[in-house]
Design a protein around this ligand. Structure first.
Ligand SMILES: [Fe+2]
Ligand SMILES: [Fe+2]
Length: 319
């Protein structure tokens, strides 16, 4: 079916703006596909920030010192802020936050598979900050140049906080790496468990990523999943060497010619299984979110009642 001329002209103007590096703002015309893809991507991102609070929240009451408790508390709170900020950004595309929340709670929406892994020891908190927030930074630094203005601006702000998260995590790892043999072993064990899931955070390989081409064309994404994954590995391997820990990949080696750290095959069957809901903590995470939503019902009801009361008061005052 041919595209109507008017829409074809709008599309051409839209694509020209993107090619010129302009940012698209909420009230601008955009193709429905662009709106849909962005809504999907941004809401998945927001859900990931919110569900991402759970694995580390598990350690707030058991942090080994007051200083560690404070920084972990601040980090988990930051993630809540990131989630709310990105939900607001998603709302500029015309979708209601309540609807997005429902999609998460009834299992229609996805969130990052990394948060379906358990945090078994204190070292996991350090390793998550180092690897998971580190991977998020690699992803989000590029998203800060995304073509959709509200998303790009949210990323600039969020990346600043992610840097703090990564540093506090790496510092936890550094202290453990200089600690007792048991502490070093605990750190190594955490890296063994989180290394491969961190690489999976960049999503499927380029040859198997159904949404990538369109997102790249419209500059929502500026780099492919595999390019970002390689960048993360190149940045992270020297940090692992500095810690004196081993990356659990016998195929990892430096290619002197390209400067890339080449790595082994990712187990994509694990990635797809976790996405399908078969990860070690999928049920636990969803149950925790559902319980939190239910427990928060009175807060939402109170806020709505208060807003209505204010509105009625203002109407009476104006009359
Ligand atoms: Fe975050
Ligand atoms: Fe973070």
């Amino acid at each position: 079916m041919p595209v109507p001329t008017e829409e074809a002209a709008l599309l051409a103007a839209f694509e020209a703006r993107i090619a010129a590096g302009e940012s698209i703002e909420p009230k601008d015309w955009m193709p429905e596909r662009y709106r849909k893809q962005l809504t999907r991507m941004m809401s998945q991102h927001a859900h990931s920030e919110i569900v991402g609070m759970l694995p580390e929240g598990n350690w707030i009451t058991r942090a080994p010192s007051l200083r560690r408790k404070l920084s972990l508390l601040a980090k988990v709170q930051d993630e809540a802020g990131h989630g709310l900020y990105i939900y607001c950004g998603t709302e500029t595309l015309g979708v209601d936050r309540q609807e997005l929340t429902e999609q998460l709670l009834d299992g229609r929406a996805k969130y990052s598979s990394i948060f379906n892994y358990p945090t078994l020891t204190w070292a996991d908190v350090g390793v998550i900050g180092w690897l998971v927030d580190g991977a998020a930074i690699v992803n989000q630094t590029v998203l800060a140049k995304a073509s959709y203005g509200p998303y790009a601006r949210a990323m600039v702000r969020i990346c600043k906080e992610e840097n703090f998260h990564k540093r506090q995590g790496y510092e936890v790892c550094m202290v453990l790496s200089k600690g007792t043999p048991a502490q070093k072993a605990m750190l190594q064990d955490a890296v063994n468990r989180f290394w491969w899931p961190s690489l999976m955070m960049f999503g499927p390989s380029d040859t198997n990523s159904p949404n990538s081409a369109e997102l790249l064309k419209w500059r929502v994404k500026r780099k492919t999943n595999d390019e970002l994954r390689q960048r993360f590995v190149n940045l992270t391997v020297p940090q692992a060497i500095a810690l004196g820990i081993t990356i659990p990949d016998p195929d990892l080696k430096l290619n002197e010619a390209t400067g890339d750290w080449e790595f082994g095959e990712i187990d994509w069957s694990e990635f797809h299984a976790v996405l399908k809901g078969e990860g070690p903590c999928n049920h636990e995470r969803m149950a925790a979110r559902q319980a939190a939503h239910k427990e928060g019902e009175w807060v939402r009801a109170a806020a709505t009642a208060y807003a209505e009361k204010q509105k009625a008061r203002q109407a009476t005052a104006a009359a």
